[in-house]
Design a protein around this ligand. Sequence first.
Ligand code: ACO
Length: 325
Amino acid sequence: MAYILGFGGYAPDNVMTNNDWAALVDTSDEWITQRTGIKRRRIAHEDETTMTMSVAAAETALEDAGLAPEDIDEIILATDTPELMTPDTAALVQHQLGCRNIPTYDLGGSGCAGFVQAVDVAKTRITVTPKKILVIGVELISRMISATDRATSVLFGDGAGAVVMGPESGRAEVLDVISGTDGSHAEILTLAAGGTRNPFNESSLVSGDYNRLVMDGRKVFTEAVRRMSEASTEVVKRVGRSISDVALVIPHQANKRIIDAVGKKLGLSEDRVFVNVHEYGNTGSATVPFAMWEATRDQRIKDGDLVVLTAFGAGFHWAAAAVQF
Ligand code: ACO
C-alpha cells in the first residue's frame, strides 16, 4: 500500500496579469479570460530556477509530513523544464535539500501528465520495497518558451508542487493509478529544438525554433477532455467505486473550458471539480500537486473523501489516480 504523508507547493510572488501580457503582445484580458479562464499567473524571479522552486515545494511537503530531508529514500521529479540538460534536476534537489546519497531521477518530457505518472511509479516502488519517496512536479515554463508568441505564452505560469509518499498509513492512500500514452500525436504539442533531432545552434536561434512551442490548441483541447474524463472513470471503476462517490476531482489546470468539459462529461457539479487556473495559469506538471496542496490546506478535502487526480500532456500522455483521504 502507498500513502501520501504530506503536501507542499510553491509559487513565485511575482504576479503577471492578462493586462500585463496585453502591454507586451497583441492580446487582451477579454480574449484570454474567455478562451482560457486565466486571469493571472506567477512568473519566476531572475534568481529562481527549477531547482529552487522544487526545493521550496519539497520543504513545505516535508514539514507537512513531519519529516526531515534525511528521512527521504528516493526522489522522483517530473518536469519538462529542467534546470540543466544534464544532470537532472532531481540530483540538484537531493544536494540542496540535504538528503542522503539516495537514488533520484527526473521523469521528463511527459508534459503536464508527468506528476501523476510519477505518483504511479512511486506507488509501485513503495509496494515492492517500503520507502519514503519525495515526488515533485515543477515547471519554469516562462523561461523556456517564446514571450512573443501570444498563442502559447499567455497560457502558462511557473510553480512547483510536491508530496511525500510512503508505506505507512498517512493522510491519504493512493488506491490505484492508471497511465496511458499515444505517441502518434507527438508533433502537435512539442518543443522540438534542443534535442538530437534539432540541436540548439545558430540556425535554431535565427529561425526562432529554439523556444517555439508548437501546439494545435483545438486538438489538444479535445484529446485532453476525452483522456482525462475516460481515465478518471476507469480508475474509479478499478477501485470498485463510481463517480458519484467522488468528493473532488483535481484535474490538470490548463484551461477552465477543458476543466468544465471534464466535469460535465463526468456528470459532476462545479463544487466537486477543483479550479485554480484563473490564479496560476497552466504550470505544467506542477498543476496537480500544487492544487492538491491548496485543496488540503484550504479544507476543500475532508477525511473520508475520495479524490481523483487526473492530468494530460504532451506525448500525448495521460494519467488518473484514485486517492482515499
Ligand atoms: N490573444 C488574442 N488572440 C489570439 C491569441 C491571444 N493570446 N492567441 C491566438 N489568438 C487568435 C488566433 O490567432 C486566431 O486568430 P484568427 O482567427 O485570426 O486566425 C484566434 O485567436 C482564434 O484562435 P483559435 O485557435 O480558434 O482559438 P481557440 O478558441 O481554439 O482557443 C486555445 C485557443 C485557448 C489555445 C484553445 O485551443 C485551448 O485552450 N486549447 C488547449 C491548449 C492548451 O491548454 N495547451 C496547454 C499545453 S497542453 C496541456 O496543458 C494539456
